[in-house]
Design a protein around this ligand. Structure first.
Ligand SMILES: [Zn+2]
Length: 462
C-alpha cells in the first residue's frame, strides 16, 4: 500500500473549521470536525455538502470542545457517520454543552424567521438537539497519555495542550507514519490548567500546527487586568467583560477572586450572564476539586474544599428575565457575558445599554476576529451597529490581552523546536499573515519544510 494522505477540509488559510482527514488504504480517520465561524463567506462553508461520504469515515479524533473544532459533529452523524468519536472526558462533557447551545441557536434562528421563510430556516439549521444527543452516544472517553488502538493498526495518544479544560494535542500512528496535530496550543501561563506537555520523544513524520497568533508576540499586555479594573471602578460606572463561556469566563472569575482577596482591586458585585458558562463552570470546579490531570497540582491542593471561582458578591444570571435585570442596575458591578467577540448572545444587549454612558468601561480580554464587533471596539470605532441601531461608543474601551490561551509566535516555534525535523509540517488554524509568519520562522530557524495547505487539497505523507 502507498503512503497515507492528509486532506485539509477546513482551517486552511483561515482560523475556523478544523477538519483534517487522514486516509490509509480504505481507512479514514478525521481529526476534529469544527464549524466555520466569522464573516459570511467563511461561515457559508458550513452549508456546503461535506466533501467525503460521511459513512465512509471510520473514526473521529477530537482535540477539544471549542465549536470551531467540534461544532460540525452532529451534522456528520446526521448525515451517516456511525463511527466512534475519541476525546478526553472533559472534552466530551464540555462538547455536549457547546453543541446543545449551538443546536439551540440554530433552531432559534429558524423559529424567529418570517413565516414564509420558516421552512427555509428550518432546513438551514445544520442539526437540532436530538441530533446532538445521537452524536454524544458515539463519544468514547480516553485518558490523556494512554496509547490506544482505535482501529486495527491505528494508534492514538492524547497529550495535555493547556488550552482549555480537556484540551489535547494528538499523536496518530497510521500506515507506518506518525502524525502530530497540535490542536490549539496553550501558553503554559494559564492560571490553573497544566500543560502544554512537551511533544513526545518519538520520531514524528508530520506536524500539523495551529498558528492563531503566529504573527505576533503577547509579551507585554497592553493594559494589565488589575489596572484596567481599578481605572474602570474609579470612573464610577459599571464594567462589561465580553468573554467566551468556556475557559475565559472561568479564568476571569479566578483572577477576580484573587485580586479581590489580595485587595488589589476593590470588591464589587460580579454577575455571570451566560447560561452556557454556568454549566461549564460546574466541570471546571469538579476538575479542580478532584485534582484531575489537566489541573496544576498546587492549585488542586490550594483549593481543596474552597470554591476557586467565587469572587464574593457573585451571582449567575440564568434566565432571560434575570439577564434583563442587569440593564436597570444602579449599583456599580462587573458583568461577564458571552459571546467573547460580541458577535451575538446576551453581551450585545449589555453593549447596547452600556456603550452610550461615558463612565462605563468595556474590557476586552480575548482574540477579536475579523468582522466582529469586538474588533471594531478594539480599533476605536465611534459607533457600533447593534440590533438594527447605531449605538454611540462613549464608554471607555480597555484592551487586556494577558488572558490569551493561544501560544504566540515565539511560544509555538519554541514548542515545535522539541520535534526533530519532521519530513513535513502543515500550518493551519490562522489568518494568512499568521500562517506565513510561522512558516517563515520554521523554515529559517528550524530548517523545516513548512507548507500552508490549500483547502480540500490532498497531500501524500512522505
Ligand atoms: Zn480552541
Amino acid at each position: 500500500m502507498s503512503n497515507p494522505t492528509i486532506q485539509f477540509l477546513g482551517a486552511a488559510e483561515t482560523v475556523t473549521g478544523s477538519r483534517f482527514l487522514v486516509t490509509y488504504g480504505d481507512v479514514r480517520v478525521l481529526v476534529d470536525c469544527g464549524m466555520f465561524q466569522g464573516e459570511p463567506e467563511i461561515s457559508a462553508h458550513n452549508d456546503e455538502k461535506f466533501p467525503i461520504q460521511e459513512s465512509s469515515i471510520n473514526a473521529l479524533v477530537l482535540t477539544h470542545a471549542h465549536l470551531d473544532h467540534c461544532g460540525y459533529i452532529p451534522a456528520l452523524v446526521k448525515n451517516g457517520f456511525t463511527g466512534p468519536v475519541f476525546s478526553t472526558h472533559y472534552t466530551q462533557v464540555i462538547a455536549e454543552v457547546v453543541l446543545r447551545d449551538s443546536a439551540h441557536l440554530q433552531m432559534q434562528k429558524a423559529q424567529y424567521a418570517e413565516p414564509q421563510l420558516k421552512a427555509m430556516a428550518d432546513a438551514a439549521a445544520l442539526y437540532n438537539e436530538v441530533d446532538v444527543e445521537r452524536a454524544m452516544k458515539q463519544f468514547k472517553a480516553v485518558e490523556i497519555h494512554q496509547r490506544i488502538e482505535i482501529l486495527p493498526q491505528v494508534f492514538l495518544t492524547f497529550y495535555a495542550s493547556g488550552h482549555i479544560l480537556g484540551a489535547t494535542f494528538v499523536v496518530l500512528e497510521i500506515g507506518g507514519k506518525t502524525l502530530l496535530f497540535t490542536g490549539d496550543l496553550g501558553r503554559g501561563s494559564h492560571p490553573f490548567l497544566s500543560g502544554p506537555d512537551l511533544p513526545p520523544a518519538v520520531k514524528i513524520d508530520v506536524v500539523v500546527t495551529e498558528s492563531t497568533y503566529g504573527d505576533r508576540e503577547h509579551e507585554t499586555p497592553i493594559t494589565d487586568f488589575a489596572d484596567a479594573l481599578n481605572q474602570a471602578i474609579a470612573r464610577g460606572g459599571s464594567i462589561l467583560i465580553p468573554a467566551f463561556a468556556v475557559d475565559r469566563t472561568e479564568e476571569i472569575l479566578f483572577e477576580l477572586r484573587r485580586l479581590f482577596e489580595a485587595r488589589l482591586v476593590k470588591s464589587i458585585p460580579v454577575y455571570i450572564d451566560s447560561p452556557m458558562a454556568e454549566k461549564v463552570l460546574v466541570y471546571y470546579k469538579e476538575a479542580i476539586e478532584e485534582g484531575r490531570i489537566d489541573i496544576q497540582p498546587e492549585i488542586a491542593a490550594q483549593f481543596k474544599g474552597v470554591d476557586p471561582f467565587d469572587p464574593g458578591k457573585f451571582r449567575i444570571m440564568t434566565t432571560v428575565d434575570e439577564s434583563k435585570l442587569l440593564n436597570d442596575m444602579s449599583e456599580q458591578s462587573i458583568i461577564v457575558s458571552a459571546s467573547g467577540m460580541a458577535t451575538g448572545g446576551r453581551v450585545t444587549y449589555h453593549l447596547e445599554s452600556m456603550l452610550p454612558e461615558p463612565t462605563n468601561t468595556i474590557i476586552l480580554v480575548g482574540f477579536q476576529a475579523k468582522g466582529s464587533r469586538g474588533l471594531q471596539l478594539q480599533q476605536g470605532a465611534q459607533k457600533l451597529h447593534i440590533h438594527g441601531n447605531w449605538v454611540p461608543v462613549l464608554a471607555t474601551i480597555a484592551d487586556v490581552q494577558s488572558f490569551s490561551v493561544h501560544a504566540d509566535q515565539r511560544e509555538i516555534v519554541r514548542w515545535l523546536s522539541h520535534i526533530d525535523h519532521p519530513a513535513q509540517a502543515f500550518i493551519v488554524h490562522g489568518e494568512r499573515e499568521s500562517q506565513e509568519a510561522i512558516a517563515a520562522k520554521l523554515n529559517s530557524e528550524l530548517g523545516w519544510k513548512a507548507t500552508i495547505p490549500e483547502l480540500s487539497k490532498i497531500y501524500e505523507i512522505e
